[in-house]
Design a protein around this ligand. Sequence first.
Ligand code: GLN
Length: 188
Amino acid sequence: MKIGVLALQGGFQEHISALRKLDVDVCEIRTLRDFIAGIDGIILPGGESTTISRLLHETGLFRPLKEHIDQGLPVFGTCAGMILLASEIQDDPVSHLDCIPITVKRNAYGRQLGSFYTHARFEGIGQIPMTFIRAPYIASFKDEVHILAEVNGIQVAAESKKILVTSFHPELTDDLRVHQYFLNKITA
Ligand code: GLN
């Protein structure tokens, strides 16, 4: 299995390390050529969604990426990656991929106090550590979306078909189970 990690900006290196620990082939996706080379799934990392969005347009990756995800390429978006995959972003004009019918709120916990660490239940896994950094949350979602985790009654992880999104950063903890969950979705 070969997983691409979008490596335009943000925390892609930590995802690459996590995937290597799980013994999968990893490649960095920076250009259309990298993308076309063929992958079984892709991770969109955290970072600054406005910057990643601009770079996706500049590299010409935006449209092919959306088309492949819409056609079933498995994708896991963390934080800014989740923002980019959402169908709607509350009160924000950032150009996004519109792949999963959720509305997200950027910097939803406030800009300064928005970073925290907690533990909560993730469906199918159990209690996991969760690191939030200026995180978005899911403000609303359509019926076809399955919620996988909540913190204080607020949805922070979800899936629909082959799309997985988390507000938090599993790649910043030693716990590899959310990455393993994504790999299992690909092979399921
Ligand atoms: N606040 C960032 C954004 O809105 C996301 C932060 C992150 O990915 N850790 O794009």
